[in-house]
Design a protein around this ligand. Structure first.
Ligand code: G4P
Length: 272
């Protein structure tokens, strides 16, 4: 990526609107230093609209434009990306025109961690059907140039997650949304961490959904068993199934429009 960045005009980074910090690539600001950057907050249809608005305000900076998109339901999402890319690059394109050069199509690198919606976005811009080989997180593909639009050439990069997490909360959020391969995780722990974060950010939300009061995350899983009648033999509560069901519904946005990360005073985004 570092090598190929030299050949692009700008970067389009796709992040999940429900976790704009956990789903970023922390090295990108450094690697793409000085280049224009368009941040797409994807899956905005499932995110908390108030939190998303604050993230947009927070992320918009000089040379950085952030927009929220519901990529799958909004038919104009591809057009919006091209329009914003052109707007960001306009000052440089104008300089070229002033010199009598007709600007060529913008060359942009599309980056994003696995499962964030990058392929869906590229398919929308290029108006093509899904060309995805494998949609399990962690599958690597090579870098490919796509003539996505008359005005935009995209360099598709493999969805990569950085290998080490210093921040347990970010790791918990990524796991909650399924960005870390599920097969290697204890789903009950993942669900309990997510419940804890939601209880903190949205007091009473889960309690109302699952008819309970004053419960810790383990108690919430038990309440889910009761509410959804998840029981094993002899009426024993099936907490493991409750954890799986909870995570499935969270990932599909069925628990309401929630964002597990909100802008905080200590949110750290460095634009160079
Ligand atoms: P990736 O290339 O970054 O790995 O992600 P991809 O486009 O494959 O998208 C991952 C999943 O997220 C897909 O669902 C896709 O439909 C969904 N998705 C992408 N953008 C949005 C969005 O803005 N809103 C919502 N609600 N979903 C979005 P999937 O269930 O894995 O696949 P599929 O069955 O929908 O094809």
């Amino acid at each position: 990526m570092e090598e190929k960045l030299k050949a692009v005009d700008m970067v389009i980074e796709i992040r999940d609107a429900r976790m704009p910090m956990a789903s970023r690539n922390p090295l990108l600001n450094q690697l793409a230093s000085g280049k224009e950057k368009l941040i797409i907050l994807s899956k905005s249809d499932m995110a908390d609209p108030v939190a998303t608005k604050k993230w947009i305000e927070y992320l918009n900076k000089d040379k950085v434009k952030a927009i929220a998109l519901d990529i799958i339901h909004d038919n104009s999402s591809g057009k919006k990306v091209v329009k914003e890319a052109l707007k960001l690059m306009e000052p440089k394109r104008q300089i070229q025109r002033n010199k009598g050069i007709n600007p060529r199509a913008i060359r942009a690198m599309a980056c994003g961690i696995p499962n964030v919606g990058k392929s869906t976005m590229i398919n929308h811009i290029a108006k093509r059907k899904s060309a995805k080989v494998e949609d399990k997180p962690g599958v690597t593909r090579s870098l490919t140039w796509i003539h996505a639009d008359e005005q935009l050439d995209l360099l598709d990069t493999p969805g990569v997650l950085w290998p080490k997490f210093d921040d347990d909360k970010m790791a918990a959020i990524l796991a909650a949304y399924g960005s870390i391969n599920d097969d290697i995780l204890d789903k009950k722990m993942v669900a309990m961490d997510a419940i804890h974060i939601i209880q903190d950010l949205y007091p009473n939300h889960l309690e109302e959904l699952f008819d309970c009061e004053n419960v810790n995350p383990n108690g919430m899983l038990k309440a889910i068993c009761e509410k959804r009648n998840l029981k094993k033999e002899k009426d024993e509560l099936d907490v493991k199934r409750a954890a799986e069901l909870f995570l499935n519904e969270l990932r599909k946005g069925k628990l309401g429009k929630l964002s597990l990360e909100h802008v905080e005073e200590n949110s750290e985004e460095v634009h160079e």
